[in-house]
Design a protein around this ligand. Sequence first.
Ligand code: ASP
Length: 334
Amino acid sequence: MKRRNFLKNASLTGVGLAVGNTLVNCTEKTSEEKKAATTRAKTALPLVIATWKAKNATAKAWDVLQAGGNALDAVEQGCMIEEANEKGQSVGKGGLPDRDGNVTLDACVMNKEGNCGSVVYLQNITHAISVARKVMEDTPHVMLAGKGAEQFAVSIGLKQENLLTEASKKAWEQWKIKSEYKPIINIENHDTIGMLAIDKNGDLSGGCTTSGLAYKMAGRVGDSPIIGSGLFVDNEIGAAVATGLGEEVVKTVGSFLIVELMRQGKSPQEACEEAINRIVSKPNSNYKNFQVGYIAVNKQGETGYYSIHKGFSMTRFQEEQNENIQSDYYNKDN
Ligand code: ASP
């Protein structure tokens, strides 16, 4: 998932959109215009949205939804596309390792019943999202970690393999020369796929899968497997998923916050903006040095997406159209 040159490909349906080569500043729009630009017809179901540029993943999910599959199947199969893509260096096989050279995965799913499953610090298994789903469906637990999660994955028939590709190993060896840890604003280190879908029955599910921050401390776990932070789904209201510096998402329980704001009447766009505001308006927030992005959908199929810095985008497949759209962002200085 390369997000470079995103402006070139950005469609006119997004906010912060490219017109020719000119960025239109959304603050110049009325809130009504802005809302119209960021949402679609309420009845246009099914639909799937994902963080970043993830057209292959949304296309897979769309196929599942069009065939009458449920939202959970769509999200799992969509996320699996990125987990198997060795070129994507923040998800599944080919993910960048921690500072000790170990690739460790975090993932979670949540379904229309409000059930959830999650894996943290999973090693040697490509499809963390499938393990998370099975934790939800086949165990009395919500979360499995480390060796136990790996053993469980093997017990359900998943194959153990080395997730550190030559390219990621090379990048890590290069990083070790200076060993500077900069999580931070470099969006190339953030490529987590978070996906939300509504199926033909109007039911919602979501999933999130990542190798976490590149060169993180051994044992570090981010927001992505934490229900309420990296992902939250309420089939009555809507769903949200996060990407970016997980520590900041956890501190504000971002995805749960967005769903609760939608429950109170905010649109998905307004809710995503408020969740970013909670992060940047904290006393002494050093938001200029890190990125967080959210996407959200409500029960009616309206979508929203917002980030601290430019560079974040959402992919949406709805009404036969698979598009990658640049998000509007808080920090207009960059
Ligand atoms: N949110 C993920 C984490 O903190 C990283 C990402 O979005 O790429 O682990």
